[in-house]
Design a protein around this ligand. Structure first.
Ligand code: NAD
Length: 261
């Protein structure tokens, strides 16, 4: 499948799942706009590697997804530099865990701003250009936590459930515009976001990395193994294909059986 001539903006693509998705779309020929935080030299290395490996144009924009004006400016700059934004992957996200009565207000606000409001502002900025071209793909990286809950994750679960609601509304509004809107709902994927949770458990329980990894994955997923960023990239690529052109407004789980229970 070829995405030659298409431009994909992937938020939070300097790491983990977003990078896996950017790699999959670049490998199919899409030009890429990378976004996310990190070491400037490492990001430049990633950018030039991706461009050279796949012969596509890759740019980087460091917009903070908690800031609506920076998102709008990033989409406008991407359209100017690349001609359009045809595929928007709203992937940037953070996690924080605490019981609801102890959950810090500023952490709640930050998670809602990045994991939920950032998705809204990205969609709002990208839709006019997609409508003008009569084609678009909006892929929101939600989570198994968009469908079911876990304790200590009030803000994250609320945000991810919100992303699914936003996905449905937007899909209906755009149903006859050539634009599909979907949500990918991964289970456990071994990325820095999950590594932090593993290290917190090691400290809390005095156990080895191997022990806490087995516990973390097996308590939620019948399939006791991680999904990889490459596999999530493969699903995102499928959602950009013609075969997926009537898949809209739905969550697609890639979760080792987590939400089958
Ligand atoms: P990660 O920490 O590896 O990557 C997160 C990315 O988002 C990084 O590039 C980071 O720089 C970027 N980011 C964070 N805050 C940002 C901000 N304010 N502005 C711009 N970029 C910002 O995490 P990941 O696991 O790859 O997570 C990616 C997405 O996948 C998130 O939305 C997460 O909720 C979701 N997810 C992850 C898992 C998992 O098991 N890892 C499971 C389900 C869903």
């Amino acid at each position: 499948m070829s995405l030659n001539g298409k431009v994909a903006l992937v938020t939070g693509s300097t790491s983990g799942i977003g990078l896996g998705i950017a790699r999959a779309l670049a490998a199919a020929g899409a030009d890429i706009v990378l976004n996310g935080f990190g070491d400037a030299a490492e990001i430049e290395r990633l950018r030039s590697e991706l461009a050279a490996q796949h012969g596509v144009k890759v740019t980087y924009n460091g917009a903070d997804i908690s800031k609506p004006a920076e998102i709008a400016a990033m989409v406008a700059e991407a359209a100017k530099a690349h001609g359009s934004v045809d595929i928007l992957v709203n992937n940037a996200g953070i996690q924080f865990t605490a019981n609801v009565e102890d959950f810090p207000d500023d952490r709640w606000d930050q998670i809602i701003a990045i994991n939920l409001s950032g998705v809204f502002h990205g969609i709002k900025a990208a839709v006019p250009g997609m409508k003008a071209k009569g084609w678009g793909r909006i892929i929101n990286v939600a989570s198994a936590h968009g469908l079911v809950a876990s304790p200590q994750k009030a803000a994250y679960v609320a945000a991810k459930h919100g992303v699914l609601g936003l996905t449905k509304v937007t899909a209906i509004e755009l149903a006859n515009s050539g634009i599909t809107v979907t949500a990918i709902c991964p289970g456990w994927v071994l990325t820095p976001l999950v590594e932090k949770q593993l290290h917190a458990r090691m400290e809390r329980d005095g156990k080895t990395l191997e022990q806490v990894t087995h516990e973390l994955v097996s308590e939620k997923q019948p399939m006791v193994k991680f999904t990889t960023p490459e596999q999530v990239g493969g699903l995102a690529l499928f959602l950009c294909s013609d075969a997926a052109s009537t898949i809209t407004g739905v969550p697609l789980s890639i979760d080792g059986g987590w939400t089958a229970q």
